[in-house]
Ligand binder design. Structure first.
Ligand SMILES: *Cc1c(COP(=O)(O)O)cnc(C)c1O
Length: 399
């Protein structure tokens, strides 16, 4: 039986607009989109009030009871704020240990190279988690290391890295931790009372479910104070942005006004859903329905359940020669779902995001669409090649 594309599209909030099963930009609510239908003067008091509220609401999510942290928004995509954090918080005589298990960790290494900041790397391949014990060992072996940076959810595989044990190892060694929590912040707790770190970064278009246009840094004030003069860049200088915002309530250069207005609406919805906890619960249900349904079709996940984040899931491509990812992608799109290609070197794969304006019923539809698309391709069984499973088994024993 062929799927009726129209039936899926009716399920979409924008009737006809496909769901983005991608880790940002993602599907936003009508209310978020509507919030952009008005122009704001960046200098005006109303807009400055929005900026102030945005900062305090983001800070509230880390539950900083002692008021030791501050929030600094920065124009641009997420990578801009990662670069701004590294350029500003790492002094020229710092040495950073980068924990890499995917594309976003690799990007951090590239940025440090561009910035000329001394660094060493623990490479874990495509999807193995860096463990506290090996971080501790690396820090013992090289006393010159001052900072460690880790990606919270490595979006290229969907792995949730063990931040708590890494933090423990970092501070036991007297070092400082920075976190790229881009795709996790807002859905996975990072309370300062539970996990010690100096700074995290995230952006508007991930788990808060806004539209793209800015990122934000949440950092210990003492680190912000100490960052004066570190940045090589004017536009990415966190210290300067922070000082100006505190003094004038304004962004230094043109802010993405409509994006900020949309973000205020996204924050309201986040609060109404029960904050970080409620958001995380919906994404977890999304993931569980998706994974169970896809496994029933014969698909296999790259990760063991223990490491699988509720943000995005990597599935191996089926071994059947009739399965061609580009065709599968198009068939899924025809049914109202935009999926995401994989980023693995070990085996062909694709990814399906669990974040954005959708619930478990939509995820049920995603599984139906995958089933119908396989049928249309003439793929009776979605089982991956033995090679992929052997690779996964081989590496699993190392964790
Ligand atoms: C999305 C993302 C980024 C930033 O990517 P941009 O394309 O610059 O927005 C950085 N790190 C992680 C883990 C991400 O998921």
């Amino acid at each position: 039986m062929l799927a009726n594309a129209h039936e899926y599209q009716l399920a979409s909030p924008q009737s006809g607009e496909p769901y983005l099963l991608t880790p940002g930009p993602l599907t936003t609510s009508i209310a978020v989109k509507n919030a952009m239908l008005r122009d704001w003067g960046s200098w005006d008091e109303d807009f400055r009030a929005m900026t102030a509220k945005l900062r305090s609401e983001l800070l509230a999510m880390i539950d900083d009871g002692r008021n030791e942290f501050d929030c600094v928004p920065m124009q641009g995509s997420g990578t801009f704020v990662v670069e701004a954090m590294l350029a500003s918080l790492l002094a020229s005589d710092s040495k950073t240990l980068v924990l890499v298990n995917g594309a976003y960790g690799e990007r951090i290494v590239k940025i440090l190279r561009c910035l000329g900041r001394d660094h060493v790397v623990i490479h874990k391949g495509d999807y193995l988690p860096p463990r506290g014990e090996e971080v501790a060992r690396a820090l013992r072996d090289d006393r010159a290391i001052s900072h460690v940076i880790v990606v919270h959810c490595e979006t290229s595989s969907g792995i949730l890295n063990p931040i708590a044990e890494i933090s423990q190892a970092v501070y036991t060694a007297g070092c400082k931790l920075l976190i790229d929590s881009m795709s996790a912040f807002g859905a996975i707790e990072l309370k300062t009372s539970e996990i010690r770190y100096e700074a995290l970064v995230s952006s508007a278009n991930k788990c808060i479910e806004g539209v793209p246009g800015f990122g934000f840094l949440i950092a210990r004030k003492s680190e912000l104070e100490a960052s004066k003069g570190n940045s090589h860049s004017l536009s990415l200088d966190i210290y300067d942005q922070w000082q100006t915002m505190n003094k004038t309530g304004q962004w230094r250069f043109t802010p993405p006004t409509h994006v900020v207005a949309a973000f205020m609406e996204a924050l309201r919805a986040h609060r109404d859903e029960g904050g970080v906890e409620g958001r995380g619960e919906r994404y977890t249900r999304n993931r569980d329905v998706l994974v169970a349904g896809m496994r029933e079709l014969g698909f296999e996940t790259l990760l063991q359940d223990r490491w699988q984040s509720p943000i995005i899931v990597t599935f191996f491509c089926p071994s059947e020669s009739n399965f061609v990812f580009e065709q599968f992608y198009q068939l899924m799109k025809d049914k109202g779902f935009i999926i995401y290609p994989g980023k693995l070197t070990v085996a062909d794969s694709f990814r399906i995001g669990c974040i954005g304006q959708m619930d478990e019923h939509v995820m049920g539809k995603v599984v139906e669409a995958a089933r119908d698309s396989l049928h249309e391709l003439g793929v009776p069984d979605a089982a991956p090649p033995d090679k992929a499973l052997q690779e996964r088994a081989k590496l699993a024993v190392q964790i």
